[in-house]
Design a binder for this molecule. Structure first.
Ligand code: B12
Ligand code: SF4
Length: 468
């Protein structure tokens, strides 16, 4: 049985490459089950749609399976239509968080035979086995399909109890050197590849979708470090990270992992996502000692009312303290911020700006986007703010464009407010240390987006001056 896994890209702009762990885990499970697996990686190999179609068709698959997060929906739709024309007898499926939250749309508009819901390793192997054996694939747990245009789901798949039993991601099926040698998420050129340490997050933020739910499953520190040692030996990585939902959710786990990393991986540097109410000095010092140099905190707003509406369960003061504590132990603290939550006001945006100024922090300010599966998606649907879901998915990108306006501002007002806030934060940050920060920022944006990046910076700078 030949399976071709297709990883769609999400745009033509240059951006950091992120290794598609979900698809790579599915690939290794399928390999382990004895199937012949090919990967067509549009993103890693920078393939056009036509090239991706040709490579897929040339691999003569019995099963074509798409990955990629919800922002890549439009490519899945286009690719599946074109590939289906060439391979009318193949079985078409897809998996990921987008598919899991809006399966009906994927099935209908991409013409898929079924979709895999949630964790995909065991389900995909069982599905392909059923197809190979000619048994009823609809009996496989954790999938959905259409019958007379109506969505039908098989019983849900039990989560994999012990993540240590999973084979390592099938890195070698992907153009791995392109990922390892690409700029990392900090836009730095360093050999890097990340590792997944856990699945799930116990918190409940309204704009977040947790495909693995609130019950956190963690790999053992030994298994994580063994994988990292393999990455160092095999790909000579110097930098790594944990793109988990939330790496810092359990102190004991973090402390044990750090102790082992320090022992087995001296010299490696790494980053992770953190939450301000899960870190303390002891943990941060252990992380620093084990090579952590960068933590990204989802701060989102500097206004307590907004933080409460987002169900963040933290205050702006806690966020500020955590940023300062992190910097004080020698780890760079990065924050992510959003604008446009329900009931956002000029005052709440101003509080976010003031927060960033006192924390001496800067980050792109994204628009709150009601991604499928989130609490705010359901609220936006109920309020009639998302007219046509398929059209909404087709427009998705990286939340730097306003797709759905949840506020009482007009679209123009909200976009102007964002530009003002972004500009004011950026200006204050840069002018605190102008001689080092300004050249560094301009160079980074030029490398990423060419003159367009520089133009954007200048526009935001001017907007902040005039609106201020
Ligand atoms: C790392 C990460 C990123 C990385 C990129 C990852 C990548 N390779 O593309 C970066 C930082 C770039 C990123 C960006 C964004 N992200 Co993101 N990201 C994640 C994160 C934290 C981990 C993803 C991951 O690797 N998970 C681990 C793997 C093993 O799990 P998985 O991918 O889900 O795969 C499993 C299943 O889905 C399934 N599966 C996956 N693919 C396939 C394919 C087949 C054929 C089958 C059968 C099964 C299958 O099986 C896999 C193994 O169990 C997730 C949260 C999460 N835990 O999933 C959010 C998440 C996917 N991101 C999300 C969002 C919203 C974004 C952004 C839009 C954020 C923004 N505001 O800009 C951007 C979009 C970028 C873009 N334009 O595409 C949302 C998606 C919401 C949704 N409803 O789909 C998530 C779920 C975050 C959240 N909690 O809300 N992200
Ligand atoms: S935003 Fe972060 S902390 Fe909040 S629920 Fe999602 S993963 Fe957990």
């Amino acid at each position: 049985m030949r399976v071709t896994l297709v990883y769609p890209s999400y745009g033509t702009e240059q951006h950091s490459l992120y290794f598609p762990f979900g698809l790579a885990y599915v690939a290794s499970s399928l390999l382990n089950a004895g199937f012949d697996v090919t990967v067509v990686d549009m993103e890693g190999d920078k393939l056009s749609v036509a090239e991706a179609v040709n490579r897929t068709v040339d691999s003569s698959p019995d099963v074509v399976a798409f990955g990629g997060m919800v922002t890549r929906f439009r490519f899945v739709r286009e690719l599946s239509g074109l590939i289906r024309k060439e391979l009318p007898d193949a079985f078409f499926t897809a998996g990921n968080s987008g598919v899991t939250t809006v399966p009906e749309i994927y099935l209908k508009s991409c013409g898929l035979d079924c979709v895999v819901l949630g964790e995909g390793e065991v389900t995909s192997a069982e599905l392909v086995c059923a197809l190979k054996d000619g048994t009823d694939w609809k009996k496989v747990a954790g999938i959905a399909w259409l019958e007379d245009d109506l969505l039908v789901k098989s019983p849900p798949r039990e989560p994999i109890a012990d993540l240590d039993t999973l084979p390592w991601p099938a890195w070698d099926l992907f153009p791995i050197e392109n990922y390892v040698s690409s700029m990392d998420h900090r836009q730095k050129k360093v050999r890097h590849l990340e590792t997944l340490a856990s699945r799930g997050c116990p918190f409940n933020c309204v704009y977040c979708y947790r495909i693995y739910g609130r019950n956190v499953r963690r790999r053992s520190p030994e298994a994580i470090v063994a994988e990292l040692v393999e990455l160092v030996n095999r790909f000579q990585i110097e930098y790594t990270g944990f793109p988990d939902d939330l790496f810092t959710s359990d102190k004991k786990f973090v402390m044990e992992t750090c102790a082992l990393m320090k022992e087995k991986l001296p010299g490696i540097k790494w980053s992770c996502l953190g939450r301000v109410n899960t870190v303390d000095r002891e943990m941060l010092e252990a992380m620093k000692d084990a090579g952590c140099d960068w933590i990204s905190y989802g701060i989102e707003s500097g206004c307590d009312i907004m933080l409460e509406k987002m169900r963040r369960g933290v205050t702006a003061k806690q966020c500020l303290d955590a940023v300062k504590l992190t910097e004080s132990v020698g780890i760079h603290a990065e924050g992510s911020f959003v604008i446009g939550m329900f009931d956002e006001t000029r005052d709440s945006v101003k509080k976010t700006v003031d927060f960033c100024i006192s924390a001496d922090i800067t980050a792109p300010m994204l628009f709150v986007t009601p991604y499928p599966g989130t609490a705010i998606y359901n609220m936006a649907l109920q309020k009639g703010l998302i007219g046509d879901v398929e059209e909404f998915l087709m427009k998705m990108n990286a939340a730097d464009e306003l797709l759905v306006n949840l506020t009482d501002f007009t679209d123009t007002e909200l976009m102007e407010l964002r530009d003002w806030a972004q500009g004011t934060i950026g200006r204050s940050y840069l002018f605190k240390k102008p001689f080092t920060r300004i050249p560094k920022l301009l160079w980074k944006h030029f490398k990423l987006h060419g003159f367009k990046g520089l133009f954007h910076d200048i526009k935001a700078f001017l907007a902040s001056i005039f609106a201020g």
